[in-house]
Write a protein that binds this ligand. Structure first.
Ligand code: DWN
Ligand code: ZN
Length: 408
């Protein structure tokens, strides 16, 4: 075996078989593969049988296939492409990618800045202000990005984030694991509050995240885990960075496997519909949690159909605009914009975005330039790729042309 094959095999075993990771191996081998950092050629560790849910081990079935698309935050013409196929476990209503890309390819050089959205920053500030912490308490955020949340605390704080995003809070530049949690606890003590926003969806091994929370959380502490919810999932949020699309059912099972309890859940509007789960060492779930679980068995899986209809509609709108001699642009070089361009094949003249690190680059796998917002005036029609910030963008940005929403 080559070195890459050896590493791939080790990771494959870790993610698919290790019983101490909480995996149920009784359903046989997963056919799921893992794409490796130093094997851009997409080394795929697949051999046989059927895929199994990464949380409960039950068999899964495919509900969406986007084909091979570029990595959504790789802003080059030749961005690497990998398949995106989504499978669902009907037992715990957890959607998950059939094959995953090594996180170090995707998250170490990361242009995304949470602070660029005033909606995000305001929500983070409100959440922080609601916490009952004193100066000496310790708070940890997993996936702390540029510090948009932790900076609002007046106590001891630590961010954990493997990316190169400049941060104005103390940050451990690593992936969060159970092992890292042990180290942090040994040096700083237990955390009174932990946050993990849009991070448990991104990690191929959610067991290590949950075990790490268990390790680091103070006996009376609370951990807030936020993630888009399976109900109402938008197909353009299906991409390599999102390995999981969580349900309350699956979150409760994962927490339980690691000795934690989901004691409350709040529905949030962010990212087209998310849930903030409240986890503690022990406790009983509120009605809100039970209500979410109760509704999840009737989630409808229409992703492939939605994708076909949305793409057809968008192609029609753009063709009509072009025939009328209009200029069409995109707004927001969001990951979902990259997915939309790749799947629909729609062409836009340029994409406006306020992120300095994205300007001057091109949309993943295309020649479409990303420019600053002042260029918007050159377009007659703007497709709002960042549709999740519709109100924030449309109310703030001056544009005399027509806004088009990607989802009809
Ligand atoms: O989970 C993830 C979320 C939290 O963020 C990731 N895997 C990747 C990323 O997804 P995304 O790129 O689709 O995220 P956003 O936040 O929807 O991206 C919005 C884009 O629009 C950013 O590039 C910033 C840009 N933007 C802008 O140009 N003007 C955003 C706002 C609010 C604006 O006013
Ligand atoms: Zn499952």
């Amino acid at each position: 075996m080559t070195r890459v094959e050896t590493v791939a095999r080790a990771l494959y075993d870790l993610h698919c078989y290790a019983p101490d990771n909480g995996w149920d191996t009784t359903h046989g081998k997963s056919r799921r593969g893992l794409y490796m950092a130093d094997a851009r050629c997409a080394l795929k560790a697949d051999d046989d049988t059927f895929a199994a849910c990464r949380v409960c081990g039950a068999p899964t079935r495919i509900v969406a296939d986007l084909g091979s698309i570029p990595l959504a935050n790789s802003f080059t013409r030749d961005a690497p492409r990998f398949p995106v196929r989504v499978e669902v476990c009907d037992d715990c209503v957890l959607a998950q990618l059939e094959e995953t890309v090594d996180p170090s390819i995707m998250f170490c050089e990361y242009p995304y800045r949470s602070s660029l959205s005033s909606t995000f920053v305001a929500a983070a500030k409100t959440l922080v202000e609601a916490q009952d912490v004193t100066e000496n308490d310790f708070v940890v955020e997993i996936g702390s990005n540029d510090g948009y949340l932790l900076r609002h605390y007046q106590c001891r704080i630590l961010g954990v984030d493997p990316s190169d995003v400049p941060a104005d809070v103390p940050t451990r530049r690593e992936f969060f694991t159970e092992h890292l949690a042990e180290q942090i606890r040994a040096s700083h003590g237990p955390a009174r509050v932990m946050h993990a926003n849009n991070v448990i969806a991104h990690c191929p091994d959610p067991h290590t995240i949950m075990a790490g929370i268990k390790t680091l959380l103070d006996p009376d502490g609370v951990a807030y885990v936020e993630s888009p919810h399976v109900d109402g999932l938008a197909w353009d949020t299906l991409y390599h960075e999102h390995v999981f699309y969580w349900s309350a059912t699956a979150m409760c099972r994962l927490a339980d496997k690691h000795g934690l309890a989901v004691v409350d859940a709040e529905r949030l509007d962010v990212h087209g519909g998310s849930v903030r789960y409240h986890l503690r060492h022990r406790g009983v779930p509120t009605e809100a949690v039970l209500d979410l679980i109760g509704r999840e068995s009737s989630v409808r899986w229409t992703l492939d159909r939605d994708m076909t209809l949305d793409c057809e509609r968008l192609r029609r709108i753009v063709d009509r605009a072009r025939r009328a001699g209009k200029r069409v642009c995109g707004y927001g070089a969001a990951a979902k914009g990259a997915v939309l361009l790749a799947v629909s094949g729609v062409d836009v003249d340029f994409v406006c975005d306020t992120t300095p690190g994205k300007q001057g680059q091109v949309m993943p796998g295309t020649d479409i330039p990303i420019v600053d917002e002042s260029h918007l005036g050159y377009a007659d029609v703007a497709v709002l790729f960042a549709w999740n910030f519709h109100d924030e963008i449309v109310n703030r940005v001056e544009f005399d042309g027509e806004w088009v929403m990607p989802h009809g």
